[in-house]
Design a protein around this ligand. Structure first.
Ligand code: UDP
Ligand code: MN
Length: 521
């Protein structure tokens, strides 16, 4: 074994006075403000400054203490770097490539594949070929139509020769010693997916900034990616060190290393995913549920320009593309928890979204004998709140303090008794009031509100309850059926024995209901 190599070579000696040298911030001179402003949209970051900064600038070694002393194996696998781009800014793309070549041990880089996803800019054609011809390891793959990030990465992976695939964005700066710790993890176990800590290159002043330690990649409903720090008490209790590897429920997606053979065994990305978005969820679930692990390696650090908007156009509508991708992931991987996804993105239910054919993905999950999503939640992401229903238990009427009771197929009101099975209801994410396999229907079998077979969305069985979507917030304790001519509320009739639906009145306690337990708002 050997100590991690701190490679940092340049073609010519660095000028310590150059703008942005050492990752320092740069400011735009007053007489260049207009120019800088007008060039912003070329990349949605400060393109003017990027062009001033040397393509091989130095950046601060931000690794936690101890990283430079760590030992790695002499026989690490080689890697192919895959960097996709569409209309990337010239200086930023060059800086990305220089940082890979300058800060990686050369014998570990099999090749750098730049995948040109049908860029329109002339400087990315012949001038780029000419520039890169000085680096024999750099290959440029030109796609003949716009593939989108997901399929562009796959095109790069298909031709890769290295044992490991390392994906990077085209606006990054790899820090000293970034590569060996990633490859070391994969050498230890080929089913590990190793991610560097993603640091921040400021979109405004182009400075290189470190980030807080102990960050994990997580998601919140409806599958929004985010970062969350491990709580201080957990760090203390488990004596977690800054250099310790962090298990990650989901990866950010842009920057990671994976064993090439393993990536193909996993079926790569779902080829039904389009352009950009959701692919990080898909790969993360697939890796964890099918026997692998996703890790952040604190000793590996790569800067990335985060920006507010994509500077390129989407072949189809951006929001719809991402929604459809996420719905595919939910359908294939979330099992019964997909109701949480749809419950938090209810507009997708209303839209009746077409996610396309899922047969192959479902077959793949069976073939790989992957575990279920419940296992994932319990073992990988136990701190995610994921109640399968929004509320459950007795359904108590406020005016009478009596409970809805199932009597054959009709409903009555009786004294509440939590031990009675036929007084138990669930309020689901899809807004059904469910008793076993039956659903509360404003037009039950006998005309009055009763139980019918659950028909899912669009069959008049949905009810709003404690919902922000309610027509009036004063109706939050009501059960509002939206599928009658007018929104109508479930109420106890004057006999106090039967149920009916009637015009909603906010103050009417005969229309107010409470479930035994609430798990979500
Ligand atoms: N990209 C691509 N084709 C696309 C969209 C993106 O090749 O259709 C590239 C893009 O140039 C970048 C990488 O994929 O290098 C990731 O995209 P982006 O940086 O916009 O994603 P973000 O970092 O904002 O999540
Ligand atoms: Mn990016």
């Amino acid at each position: 074994m050997h100590k991690v190599l701190s490679v940092d070579v340049t073609l010519v000696p660095r000028d310590p006075q150059a703008p942005g040298q050492f990752g320092h911030p740069v400011s735009v001179p007053d007489d260049k403000k207009e120019e800088a402003k007008s060039r912003w949209k070329e990349g949605n970051f400060n393109v003017y400054l990027s062009d001033l900064i040397p393509v091989d600038r130095a950046i601060a070694d931000t690794r936690p203490a101890g990283c430079s002393e760590q030992q790695v194996h002499d026989e690490l696998p080689t890697t192919t770097i895959i960097m996709c781009f569409v209309d990337e800014v010239w200086s930023t793309l060059l800086r990305s490539v220089h940082s890979v070549l300058g800060r990686s041990p050369p014998h570990l880089i099999e090749e750098v594949i730049l995948v040109d996803d049908f860029s329109t800019k002339e400087y990315l054609k012949e001038p780029l070929d000419r520039y890169m011809s000085q680096f024999p390891k750099v290959k440029i793959l030109r796609l003949q139509e716009r593939h989108g990030l997901i399929r562009a990465r796959l095109a790069g992976a298909e031709m890769a020769k290295g044992a490991v695939l390392t994906f990077l964005d085209s606006h990054v700066e790899c820090n000293v010693g970034w590569l060996e710790p990633l490859l070391e993890r994969i050498l230890l176990s080929r089913t590990k997916v190793a991610c560097p800590v993603i640091e921040v290159i400021s979109d405004k002043d182009m400075s290189y900034m470190t980030v807080d330690n102990f960050q994990r990649g997580i998601f919140t409903w409806p599958m929004n990616f985010g970062w969350r720090q491990i709580p201080q008490e957990v760090i203390k209790k488990n004596k977690i060190k800054e250099t310790d590897i962090i298990r990650c429920p989901v990866m950010a997606g842009g920057l990671f290393s994976i064993d090439k053979k393993y990536f193909f065994e996993l079926g790569t990305y779902d080829p039904g995913l389009d352009v950009w978005g959701g692919e990080n969820m898909e790969l993360s679930f697939k890796v964890w549920m099918c026997g692998g692990e996703v890790e952040i390696i604190p000793c590996s650090r790569v800067g990335h320009i985060f920006r507010n908007d994509n500077p390129y156009s989407f072949p189809r509508d951006r929001v719809r593309t991402v929604e459809r991708n996420l719905a595919r992931v939910a359908e294939v991987w979330l099992d019964e928890y997909k109701e949480l996804f749809y419950g938090h993105a209810y507009h997708l239910v209303l839209k009746n979204l077409d996610v396309g054919d899922l047969t192959q993905q479902i077959q793949l999950r069976e073939k790989l004998q992957c575990k279920n999503f419940k296992w994932y939640l319990e073992n990988v992401y136990p701190d995610l709140e994921a109640p399968l229903v929004k509320a459950s238990g007795l359904l108590v009427n406020t005016a009478t303090s009596r409970c809805i009771t199932v009597e054959n197929s009709t409903l009555a009101l009786e004294a509440c008794d939590d031990s009675k099975e036929h007084q138990q209801f669930n309020y689901t994410w899809l807004r059904l009031v469910q008793h076993g396999e039956l659903c509360l229907d404003p037009n039950g079998p006998h005309g009055a509100p009763g139980l019918s077979h659950c028909l899912g969305w669009g069959h008049g069985q949905t009810w709003l309850h404690r919902s922000l979507a309610a027509p009036q917030t004063q109706l939050s304790h009501h059960l509002i059926s939206q599928h009658l001519q007018q929104p109508a509320c479930l109420e106890v009739d004057p006999s106090h024995k039967a149920l009916r639906v009637n015009a909603c009145h906010s103050g009417n306690p005969y229309q107010k209901w409470q479930f035994g337990n609430y798990y979500a708002d």
